[in-house]
Ligand binder design. Structure first.
Ligand SMILES: Nc1ncnc2c1ncn2[C@@H]1O[C@H](COP(=O)(O)OP(=O)(O)OP(=O)(O)O)[C@@H](O)[C@H]1O
Length: 368
């Protein structure tokens, strides 16, 4: 089982610029924990603070119970895989992977055994005598991964390890990384700006923006119950519609101004007052396109894309704004451009925020 990483009140400054201010999180033993956020939000900076490549201007970094702020990188027992592989071009696959063990003066027979074993785990044992120039990108990344984990670190850090690979190989390698991580049970912190990759591999995801953690949660919760408008829009796609809360006694509903469409809600915060202005986040698959006799937000189909199983519709609302709806293709014939429809919403799935998008107003049920 891997180690626990605890970060308390971390601060990072480059000169006068504060990149991270008061960031705290805990990564559990054996967990696959992903830092996800747009370019420049501070993911790499935080990872480099964990390993000791960056100075720390405030706060405490701990591995299990040990404060590591002042422990040199090579004494932190952390393995790292970088975006650009960083394999040694003049060494064979075997020698690349054996490098860290030789440095640690591990006996020769043990090096042989451990390298052979790890090459089998990452499925490149048949390539052990090859030089890196004769390997594909995915194979080189496997060498980098094997080299990081062969020293049996307590923690594995990965910074965008798949970003140099083509789309198909990325999917193949992310599955391989997930499998290997589970097999060896090492606590892993993974940096990516690719939300699909984060959803696919992580036990938990920390969504970051501007050096601030927006939400730490399982992939399902981050997708289904985003903590604010930023997360709702960064993970997957959401349409945002202004609306208001309508209260009759204990019963709460959401009232969309257009078409007077009212949706009864059973999971809104019970203290909400009648007339509270809100922002409703509706994912494209959470719309139901209906005929105009039925209840819903009035909309007109402007264009559509048939994708086999589903059809994507782009619709214009009364105020001129555009929304996207995804429908199962077998429910409807493709609806022609110009058709007037009503948009219903799936009330259990949609999210409701304060009008400024900062505060969730849906009570988060246990999803799993
Ligand atoms: N050595 C440095 N000196 C000054 N500013 C830096 C330095 N390294 C990073 N920064 C700044 O810190 C901020 C965070 O950078 P960081 O590399 O951590 O972002 P990131 O989220 O990893 O982005 P990306 O996905 O593009 O790698 C950026 O605004 C960047 O310009």
């Amino acid at each position: 089982m891997g180690a626990t990483i605890t970060i308390e009140h971390a601060v990072k400054r480059y000169g006068k610029d504060t990149i991270i201010n008061d960031l705290s999180l805990e990564v559990r033993p054996g967990e696959f924990f992903t830092l996800l956020g747009p370019s420049g939000c501070g993911k790499t900076t935080l990872l480099r603070m964990i390993i000791g490549f960056n100075s720390v201007e405030g706060g405490t970094f701990k591995i299990d119970d040990q404060v590591i702020n002042n422990i040199p990188t090579n004494k932190r027992n952390i393995g790292m895989v970088f975006q650009n592989y960083a394999v040694f071009p003049h060494m064979s696959v075997f020698d690349n992977v054996a490098f860290g063990l030789k440095n640690r003066k591990v006996p020769k027979e043990e090096i042989q055994r451990r390298v052979d074993e790890i090459l089998k785990v990452v499925k490149i044992d048949h390539l052990k005598d090859r030089m890196p120039a004769k390997l594909s990108g995915g194979q080189q990344q496997r060498v980098a991964l094997a080299r990081a984990i062969v020293i049996e670190p307590a923690i594995l850090l990965m910074d965008e390890p798949l970003s140099n690979l083509d789309a198909k190989l990325r999917v193949e390698m992310r599955n391989a990384i997930k499998r290997i991580q589970q097999q060896i049970g090492i606590t892993t912190v993974y940096v990516t700006h690719d939300q699909e990759e984060a959803l696919a591999v992580s036990d938990r995801i920390a969504v970051m923006n501007g050096g601030i953690i927006q939400q730490i949660d399982t992939p399902a919760r981050v997708y289904q119950r985003p903590a604010n408008q930023f997360v709702a829009n960064f993970i997957g796609l959401s349409n945002f519609l202004p609306a208001s809360v309508s209260r009759k006694g204990e019963e709460l509903s959401i009232l969309f101004p257009e078409g007077g469409y009212r949706v009864g809600m059973t999971n809104l915060r019970p203290d909400l007052e009648d007339g509270t202005q809100v922002l409703v986040a509706v994912r494209p698959e959470e719309f139901e396109m209906r005929s105009t006799e039925l209840e819903g937000i009035p909309a007109v189909v402007r264009s559509s894309i048939f994708l086999g199983n589903t059809t994507h519709y782009f619709l214009e609302l009364g105020d001129g704004s555009e929304v996207e709806a995804i429908q199962d293709s077998d429910v409807w014939e493709i609806i022609p451009n110009g058709t007037a429809v009503r948009l219903g919403v799936k009330e259990k799935k949609i999210n409701v925020f304060s009008r400024d998008g900062s505060t969730p107003l849906v009570v988060r049920e246990e999803l799993l």
